[in-house]
Every structure is written in structure tokens, then in C-alpha cells.
Ligand binder design. Sequence first.
Ligand code: 5RP
Length: 221
Amino acid sequence: MAMAQDELKRAVARAAVAHVPADCIVGVGTGSTANFFIDELGKIKHRIRGAVASSEASAKRLQGHGIEVVSLNDAGSLPVYVDGADEITRHLHMIKGGGGALTREKIVAAASRKFVCVCDASKLVDVLGKFPLPIEVIPMARSYVAREIVALGGQPRLRAGFTTDNGNLILDVLGLSILNPVELETALNNIAGVVTNGLFARRPADVLLLGTENGVQTLTA
Ligand code: 5RP
């Protein structure tokens, strides 16, 4: 099963390379599917100028391939951002942050003109929320934010022993059936102490490359 799933991830990572324009700085996500994409980028590294990474882990892997990692402030607006997701709908709304990199992912996605999401078929869902929704919080606000989330109907759990690249904590929220992701994303953003939530709905993906048994399917919103 895991092997077969890895083959699907590799297939979508390969397909994503076609969305990378020549001579560009490409935005790169985080996670096992993004890692396959980084490995594919390594093969075409002479065709790109560099990459902006959404995590320290991805920056390291890019550098391991000899790809120059550029800061977002130096890169400016990016033509394309390629990343995975924990769940995605046919509207290309996503839950992200399983790897805890959601804040930098949301920033790099926001600064990119096109978001290409790369997923194996297991990530496609009708309604978001089975996967616990990650929320990055400022440490001193953890308990307050958790109470506010309970008031919204969720069950927050502190991700034990985990600190984000930004020095913050993650609450993983169970029990939400997310029928209106745009509205919930905004409501969660308005809780004091929340840095970022893992709903990517206000800025959804533009293209989904979905790895299936029958090949890579391309979906657009
Ligand atoms: C990391 C993320 C990843 O995109 C998400 O967790 C999917 O990872 P994988 O490709 O390993 O399933 O949001 O913060």
C-alpha cells in the first residue's frame, strides 16, 4: 500500500514539473509529496534560477540537490507554488499543516500566481474535516485559543513535543465538519493568538494533479 501510494506521489511530482516555467524561482511546499517534487526539480535544476522553501526541511532537501534557496523577500512574486495537502475537495479547498509548516506554506502560496497541488487519490474528499485541522498558535495564547475552538464546536489537541519553524505551537482540531471552509478560515483567523489555520480556502489551489490508479488526473476549480 505505502509503496503504491509513493508511486502515485512520484507520478504527480513528475507531472508538476511541466508547470514550472524556465528560468523562474519556484515556490516549494513541505511533506512527502513535496519531497518527490524536490527530487524531480533536482533533475531540471539547470532550467530554474532557484526556489523559495516553505520549511527548513524543504530548504535542506533543495540545497542537497544543489538548488539555490532564495528568501521570499528577495524573490518577490513567484509564478508557481507546488505543494501537497492533507485533504482537498473538488473546489480545491484544502486542509494543510499535517507537517506543521502551514504558516510558511500559506505565505508562499499567497505570494504565488499559481498554486499547483500534488496529491495521491486518498486525499480527495467531499467534505473537509476528517483530518484534524492544524492551527498554529502563539504559545501564551494556547489555552485561550483552545477554549475559543471548543466554542466553535471543535476538539483541540496540543501536538505534543512539536514546535513550528516560527517557534509556535500547533493545536490539531478534531470534530469539525467543514461545510463552509472560507467562512471558518476567516473565523479562526480572527481569534487572537492564532497565527495561521490549516484551511486553504480563501486562496485555494488553482490546479490539482491527482495521482490515481489510472494515471494523473488534472482538476481545476
Ligand atoms: C505540511 C503539509 C503537507 O502538504 C501535507 O501534510 C501533506 O503531506 P504529504 O505529502 O506527506 O502527505 O501541509 O505542513
